[in-house]
Design a protein around this ligand. Structure first.
Ligand SMILES: Nc1nc2c(ncn2[C@@H]2O[C@H](COP(=O)(O)OP(=O)(O)OP(=O)(O)O)[C@@H](O)[C@H]2O)c(=O)[nH]1
Ligand SMILES: [Mg+2]
Ligand SMILES: [Zn+2]
Length: 311
């Protein structure tokens, strides 16, 4: 008879969840639903959640999720909890990068205490652009990888990073627009995953939303390794609609800009267009210490959050 077991939700579709049970050795996976009080509120359960599974002979599966542990963090897009790393993936070209979304994801990760890692894919299609993007993020204080699943560039380096960092049950997710090559990259890194991939639309150069749901995989059968999530592509992170964090918290999510604040002429300087004489951030940008695209992203999120606060 099944006693209570502890595990992690690794997949959830139509109210049916797959739980990876911690066994110490080869993890066991079981399917079950949630107990009544957890089921009512769909948002109560997320892939990534650490849960207790208990025996319940009244249910078709014989077991139910009876309890959810407190989360250390939770994301809306991709919908996942308890992340340690967020690999923010964009292609050097096809589809063209949307830097605004990349920087929003970085800010959300920073706010949530998740380590952001920048991954540029398809370097074979645009060598110089890929290197330039990596340079922007490295100069801004992030770890960035340039990869190509086509010619193999950067695969060994990224796989080494993952093997060193994403260990001991830690959880990392690949996130970014549809068609940037998240699943292809995960297959190149760990061929046993065999994730489905498909060509982007030639006409509009957009992905076809091949990955349809979030799912967490074991990196290997070695229990000391970690977990990786593949996620469906998305294009928009809407700060006007969702409350990721407030205006007052924005600066702390920009590790490359926050060190220059506090030295502006006016204490309430918003660093959104003041001149170099007044604003230390504008000065740092003019001296090349802050990358223009990062400052632009900061200002664009600032404007949205400011309007929301005034509303
Ligand atoms: N040239 C080139 N093509 C790539 C590379 N990586 C992926 N692709 C192609 O890009 C297309 C989309 O790849 P997927 O892995 O399905 O993209 P995805 O990010 O998982 O997309 P969704 O699941 O829809 O979010 C496929 O045709 C891949 O073969 C690469 O490094 N270089
Ligand atoms: Mg995919
Ligand atoms: Zn300023």
């Amino acid at each position: 008879m099944l006693e209570k077991k502890h595990g992690r939700i690794v997949k959830g579709l139509g109210g049916l969840f797959e739980i990876r049970i911690d066994t110490g050795s080869a993890p066991e996976r079981i399917s079950c639903r949630a107990k009544g009080n957890l089921k009512r509120d769909e948002e109560k359960l997320l892939v990534g959640d650490l849960v207790t599974v208990a025996c319940d002979t009244d249910t078709p599966d014989g077991v139910v999720i009876s309890e959810v542990m407190e989360r250390k963090n939770a994301l809306i897009r991709p919908p996942l909890s308890n992340l340690d790393y967020l690999f923010i993936v964009f292609a050097a070209a096809k589809p063209s990068p949307v830097i605004d979304t990349v920087d929003k994801l970085i800010s959300i990760a920073e706010y949530s205490g998740i380590t952001p890692v920048v991954v540029i894919t398809k370097s074979d299609t645009q060598k110089s652009a890929a290197a330039e993007y990596a340079e922007i993020y490295r100069r801004s204080g992030f770890i960035a990888f340039v990869t190509s699943s086509e010619d193999g560039e950067g695969i060994a380096a990224l796989s080494e990073y993952i093997n060193n960092e994403v260990r001991d049950g830690r959880l990392a997710a690949f996130a970014g627009a549809s068609g940037v090559g998240k699943s292809t990259l995960m297959n190149a890194l760990f061929p046993s995953l065999s994730l489905a991939t498909s060509e982007i639309s030639r006409k509009i150069e957009r992905g076809r939303h091949t990955t349809r749901h979030v799912e967490i995989f074991d990196i290997s059968s070695d229990p000391n390794t970690g977990l990786l999530a593949d996620t469906p592509g998305f294009s928009l992170i809407d700060f006007a609609r969702f409350d990721f964090f407030s205006l007052d918290e924005l600066l702390s999510t920009f590790r490359d800009i926050s060190p220059y604040t506090g030295k502006c002429r006016y204490v309430d300087c918003a660093h959104v267009g003041e001149g170099v004489d007044e604003c230390a951030v504008a000065r740092a940008a003019a001296e090349g210490k802050i990358c223009p695209s990062r400052l632009e992203s900061y200002r664009s999120i600032y404007r949205v959050l400011k309007e929301k606060k005034n509303y």
